[in-house]
Design a binder for this molecule. Structure first.
Ligand code: PLP
Length: 433
């Protein structure tokens, strides 16, 4: 019922809760939160921590609204399953894409009703389908015959969305070989669904996470029209086109232009509801990770290798098996100094810099974050550095390898880059998690 959808307020750091003519820059807000965290007595300094800037999430949502207002976003929870991000996006009007029972539970715990959730995993665990059915999360994707038969057995009242093949080969993470029915297969599946008495109500695709080529959206939208036509021809009520995720801050504007044009070329005269499943786009630039230096080994202490001179080395309290796991597959952002020799950075006198190899805390040789980080020369134990743009596929991928904790303390702040004040953030308090 509508009552179930009670709006949540988001707790934020009170210092920056309201827009002000002299409002500090988004970076200042985050820096200040980190400095205050490190100045607080009695807190463990041995663990890394994160600052989540909800103002950036809101800014990205507003960007979406100004370019793709007619495409309903369903935030891909997997990207950063943070309950405050979910509550904020809910308050702004986003719906949600969940991949599992746990994600559905997390979203519904925020008071979000089941019809605002899409279970967008083409190969679901039978017990997860049963849970979705019992929770009335009926909209779910499929791309193969076994899944159709599984859904027929467990949840015959599902509103099915056929996940179709799409590919941007230049995406950071391609999904094309794992998911998506190819055109001929799509028609066979639509026929099988019909013969099983299952309702297919639309199509979806995902061009790949970290997509770089907006033409991939054009190709996929064009193909979607064919599948929608085939479905209608077979008697399905096809009214959803879900353009998936893959958006980044850098590529969004160019992708939006082409998406607008191709949706209007291929679907103009039709009564279609457009959905999308952005993950990275909403959260990537919202998280900063602060890491403590726990060890140092100078270049002259290192063995000479065949690869030439070796940089000085720093050992951090976070690494590839922690928040940085995703950087096994993509380039890690460059860090900056936060607190050096007890004083917060940048200090008044410009320090000389040095190139470092940054290692994580485990005993594993692959646990190397960067080989050429440029940081102040005199960094040592108990100094701190930070990495920006760490919001996507980071805190959700941490492991306990070598006994290091996978939990991360998260400090929430709300900087604003636009004129608007935070909308649903009336309840204001300091939050330390
Ligand atoms: N939707 C589905 C089905 C996905 O598998 C993913 C990511 O893997 C997403 C959405 C989110 O993608 P992105 O974070 O690239 O927007």
């Amino acid at each position: 019922s509508a009552e179930m959808h009670s709006k949540k307020t988001v707790s934020i750091d009170k210092t920056f809760s309201t827009a002000h003519p002299n409002v500090p820059s988004t970076e200042d807000v985050v820096l200040d939160a980190m400095r205050r965290r490190l100045s607080q007595a009695g807190r463990s300094e041995s663990e890394p921590f994160c600052v989540m800037d909800l103002g950036k999430v809101q800014s990205q949502y507003e960007r979406w609204q100004s370019s793709l207002r007619f495409v309903q976003p369903c935030y891909a929870v997997k990207c950063n399953p943070d309950s405050k991000v979910i509550a904020l996006l809910d308050s702004l009007g986003s719906n949600f894409d969940c991949a599992s029972q746990a994600e559905i539970e997390l979203v519904m715990q925020q008071g979000i009703p089941p019809w605002r959730i899409i279970f967008a995993n083409p190969c679901k665990k039978p017990s997860d389908i049963a849970f979705a059915r019992d929770s009335m999360v009926l909209r779910m994707t499929f791309d193969n015959e076994a899944e159709l038969r599984k859904i027929k057995r467990i949840c015959p009242s599902a509103e099915l969305i056929l996940r179709c093949y799409a590919s941007d080969p230049s995406a950071t993470y391609t999904l094309a070989s794992k998911f998506g029915a190819h055109p001929e297969e799509a028609v066979k599946l639509l026929k099988l669904a019909k013969s099983l008495g299952l309702e297919v109500c639309g199509v979806s695709f995902h061009v790949g996470s970290g997509s770089k080529d907006p033409r991939a959206f054009e190709r996929a939208i064009q193909e979607s029209r064919r599948v929608v036509d085939a479905g209608i021809h077979l008697g399905h009520n096809m009214y959803i086109v879900d353009i998936g995720g893959g958006f980044t801050s850098d590529t969004f504007d160019a992708a939006a232009v082409r998406i607008r044009a191709s949706l209007s070329t291929h679907f103009s005269a039709m009564n279609i509801r457009f959905l999308a499943e952005p993950g990275r786009f909403f959260v990537a630039d919202a998280v900063t990770v602060a890491c403590g230096v726990i060890g140092r080994r100078d270049a002259h202490e290192n063995p000479t290798t065949l690869d030439g001179p070796v940089n000085d080395m720093l050992y951090l309290n976070d690494g590839m098996y922690g928040t940085f796991l995703t950087y096994f597959f993509e380039l890690c952002p460059q860090p900056k100094a936060l607190r050096v020799s007890g004083a917060f950075y940048p200090q008044s006198t410009a320090a000389e810099s040095s190139k470092y190899i940054l290692w994580g805390p485990t005993c594993d040789g692959l646990d190397c974050i960067l080989k050429d980080a440029e940081l102040p020369k005199d960094l040592s134990c108990d100094d701190w550095i930070y990495f920006s743009d760490m919001g996507a596929y980071t805190t959700c991928l941490t492991t306990n390898f070598n006994g290091f904790t996978s939990q991360r303390e998260i400090i929430y702040v709300f900087s604003r880059t636009s004129e608007t004040t935070p909308r649903k953030c009336a309840e204001v308090e300091d939050v330390w998690h």
